[in-house]
Write a protein that binds this ligand. Structure first.
Ligand code: COA
Length: 332
């Protein structure tokens, strides 16, 4: 079963924030043995934004959160919960969400982080919708925020060309007159593949030591091609069965909001479904893979520029470290 039951929940407001500094493929050519052509052809990425040295993930999250709250017409004090999906928290603890709650002045809200790879945003949205639908919370702020550039080895061409920094935020609340609603969600994982994307050191398994520093074990490690194969194998049948159990044909979905990791992955899925590439919202060319922020940035831009119109349905889906994956069917 993937359909939400209980109180209907809708998207009240959305916002995003990316740092000013843009890092182009041409600049990366000066840093590692790569080329603009290789990056563009293999991924679709042209440039990405990089967080300023004095800013943290929580700062990006707060900026996006403020915009989403303003657009939702909600004061921070009216929030019941702040959830931040991130893989680059300011610190292992306290959670980034608590800092965001404090900076926003969301005095009556609880706060927690969701750390589930790039799928964290889909997991966080699902938890938020479920909490409101069940009547536990009324207003929830869900933020996907990353300063992943801090955890990347800028000498490793396998990873440094892919990721970017940024934050996207959604305010959720009970459905109001004229609103759409969150219709269904499905969350999956294959934990036997936990070694495909990882940050091996700095946790309790391998605490920081001289050795871990020398090995560069505090940076993101990724078996890129194995991730690519896993996603191409697992995602299409998962999305097909998600659509079936949610009562919608893939061909009748108005918009596909994919995790912005690689255009070849998005294109491959759309081809298998016989869906036009124009049905996908794509902005990875300008932001790269912003991990747990990525689908929120795509959704925000497409709502802001009027591509997505009231009453349209979209499948928001993501995959990432774990390996985790998941999808949400939303009508705006
Ligand atoms: N520039 C130039 N060459 C590069 C390179 C770079 N930045 N990175 C890797 N290469 C090289 C490899 O060393 C390899 O060379 P070889 O054939 O001499 O061994 C060659 O390019 C092909 O590597 P491969 O890993 O097979 O390429 P690919 O087609 O799988 O593309 C990715 C690599 C990373 C773009 C692709 O696998 C991918 O997008 N995977 C998913 C990653 C992802 O989404 N991660 C985040 C999940 S949330």
């Amino acid at each position: 079963m993937s359909l939400f039951s209980g109180k209907a929940v809708s998207l009240w407001g959305i916002g995003m924030h990316v740092p000013e500094r843009i890092l182009t493929n041409q600049e990366l050519e000066q840093m590692v043995d790569t080329s603009n052509e290789w990056i563009l052809e293999r991924t679709g990425i042209r440039e990405r934004h990089i967080v300023a040295p004095e800013k943290q993930t929580s700062d990006l999250a707060v900026e996006a959160g403020r915009i989403a709250l303003e657009r939702a017409g909600l004061a921070p004090e009216e929030l019941d919960m702040v959830i931040v999906a991130t893989n680059s928290p300011d610190t292992i603890f306290p959670c980034t969400a608590a800092k965001v709650q404090g900076k926003l002045g969301a005095k009556k809200a609880g706060a927690f982080d969701v750390q589930s790879g790039c799928t964290g945003c889909v997991y966080a949205l699902t938890v938020a919708v479920s909490g409101i639908a069940a009547g536990v919370w009324r207003h929830v702020l869900v933020i996907g925020a990353e300063a992943l550039s801090r955890l990347i080895n800028w000498q490793d061409r396998n990873t440094c060309v892919l990721f970017g920094d940024g934050a996207g935020a959604c305010v959720l609340g009970p459905r109001r007159e004229g609103d759409g609603r969150f219709i269904a969600a499905s969350l999956r994982a294959d934990g036997t593949k936990h070694d495909l994307i990882s940050l091996p050191a700095g946790g309790s398994e391998r605490p920081a030591s001289k050795e871990t520093l020398e090995e560069g074990a505090h940076f993101v490690h990724m078996k890129g091609n194995e991730v690519f194969k896993f996603v191409n194998r697992e995602l299409p049948p998962f999305l097909q069965s998600f659509c079936e159990s949610s009562g919608v044909e893939p061909g009748h979905v108005d918009w596909w909001i994919f995790h912005q990791a690689n255009w070849r992955i998005m294109d491959g899925i759309l081809r298998r479904f016989g869906v036009s590439p124009e049905r996908a919202v794509v902005n990875l060319d300008r932001y790269g893979n912003t991990s747990a922020a990525s689908v929120f940035l795509a959704l925000c831009e497409a709502l802001d520029d009027g591509r997505i119109r009231k009453g349209q349905k979209m499948v928001i889906n993501s995959f990432g470290a774990g390996m985790t994956y998941g999808a949400i069917l939303l009508e705006v």
